[in-house]
Design a protein around this ligand. Structure first.
Ligand code: NAD
Ligand code: TYD
Length: 360
């Protein structure tokens, strides 16, 4: 086994932040396997394009031959699985890809990893890790007064996205219990930060605000999400990989519960200061649109276990992380222009037209 890891989905939002940090911190070689769906973007990896510690492979996690070949060629000490279809609204429009990648793809990956792992010697077997990156959405929706999600909460997924992630988590769990594969699972709250694709709330609002477009709030804006800066999610994954107990799951969160309206107001207020409009406030662009079907009301993560057992805590508060994020988008408008051309336009007009808002 080598001091090398395979990362899947490393050209997407969180995966690229993870790979960039891994290579920049000098933690060893990364084989980055990504299918480059609409959400994967080589521009996210431009800073490490020529780094010999980063090898990009354009492939599907469900392609057994490619995965088998990579495992045997590079002999990694760990596989970190970020690859997924990740957008709830897209899962409502078309769940098929979610089943294919998140469930079948993870299954195929697990099968190839298990075969590779079985061939390792005893020490290598004990040292190997399969870390599966998952979401808090598998736990379902909380009422206003419910305690935050613990690792022991039952799974109650409500969207095709969260159901497909829940299924993949169960497969990972079963591969540990049945075959002894040394797995780790992380369930994280909503991330935000650089390279976040502008179909998700925070980057969409920044992009629309600067483009003079409506800022669409689903329903009445009272839904609550628990926000974590992406760099903190990546540091938590590194910590779990290093010190997590095999077979365990770790909830990762930022203790930052906010209503969607609070998030949008915060973004408007920051932009009003950093990039004032000739007249009025960005808040004037807020528009209420038809709600998401089955919209989960509240997510909140209890991150006590990872703090107590592994000593991990987020470095950013929502206030510091969101300022950094807005700065990044203001400084990287070329990236935004590139990712919002082409297919993005079709998605935006489809998703918002049926909510009664023209937003091509
Ligand atoms: P993303 O949609 O930005 O990126 C997903 C990446 O996976 C893309 O680069 C895409 O090309 C790649 N991919 C998709 N299907 C693939 C396949 N079949 N084979 C290989 N690559 C494939 O997603 P993200 O927001 O970066 O999320 C990464 C992971 O973290 C996902 O597993 C997601 O469920 C989980 N997660 C996300 C959040 C969040 O707030 N974004 C929170 C918690 C957990
Ligand atoms: P999103 O970023 O899609 O993440 P998730 O659904 O995985 O939590 O959405 C975050 C919240 O913002 C969610 O409650 C839905 C809401 N939302 C809007 O109000 N308007 C929008 O245009 C989008 C994309 C999301």
């Amino acid at each position: 086994m080598n001091n090398c890891i395979i990362v899947t989905g490393g050209a997407g939002f969180i995966g690229s932040n993870f790979v960039n940090a891994w290579v920049t911190l000098g933690l060893g070689k990364v084989i980055n396997l990504d299918k480059l769906t609409y959400a994967g973007n080589m521009e996210n990896l431009a800073g490490i394009e020529h780094d010999h510690n980063h090898i990009f492979v354009h492939a599907d996690i469900g392609d057994k031959d490619v995965v088998n070949n990579l495992l045997h060629t590079h002999r990694p000490r760990a596989v970190v699985n970020f690859a997924a279809e990740s957008h709830v609204d897209r899962s409502i429009h078309g769940p098929g890809e979610f089943i294919q990648t998140n469930i079948v793809g993870t299954f195929n990956l697990l099968e190839e990893v298990r075969a590779y792992w079985l061939e390792l010697d005893e020490k290598e077997k004990a040292d190997f890790r399969f870390l599966h990156v998952s979401t808090d959405e598998v736990y379902g929706s909380l009422g206003a007064k419910d305690p935050a999600f613990k690792e022991t909460n039952p799974y109650e997924p409500n969207s095709p996205y969260s159901a497909s992630k829940a299924a993949s988590d169960h497969l990972v769990r079963a591969y540990h219990h049945t075959y002894g594969l040394p797995t780790l699972t992380t369930n994280c709250s909503n991330n935000y930060g650089p390279y976040h694709f502008p179909e998700k709330l925070i980057p969409l609002v920044i992009h629309n605000a600067l483009s003079g477009k409506p800022l669409p709030i689903y329903g009445n804006g009272s839904n609550i999400r628990d926000w974590l800066y992406v760099g903190d999610h990546c540091s938590a994954i590194r910590r779990v990989l290093e010190a997590g107990k095999v077979g365990e799951t770790y909830n990762i969160g930022g203790w930052n519960e906010k209503t969607n309206l609070e998030v949008v107001h915060t973004l408007c207020d920051i932009l009003d200061k950093k990039k004032p409009k000739p007249q009025g406030s960005y808040r004037d662009q807020i528009t209420y649109v038809q709600d998401r079907p089955g919209h989960d009301q509240r997510y909140a993560i209890d991150a006590t276990k990872i703090e107590r057992e592994l000593g991990w805590k987020p470095a950013e508060t929502f206030e510091t992380g969101i300022q950094k994020t807005v700065d990044w988008y203001l400084e990287n408008q070329k990236w935004v222009t590139h990712v919002t051309s082409g297919e993005y336009k079709n998605w935006v007009s489809k998703n918002y037209a049926e909510r009664g808002e023209e937003m091509a």
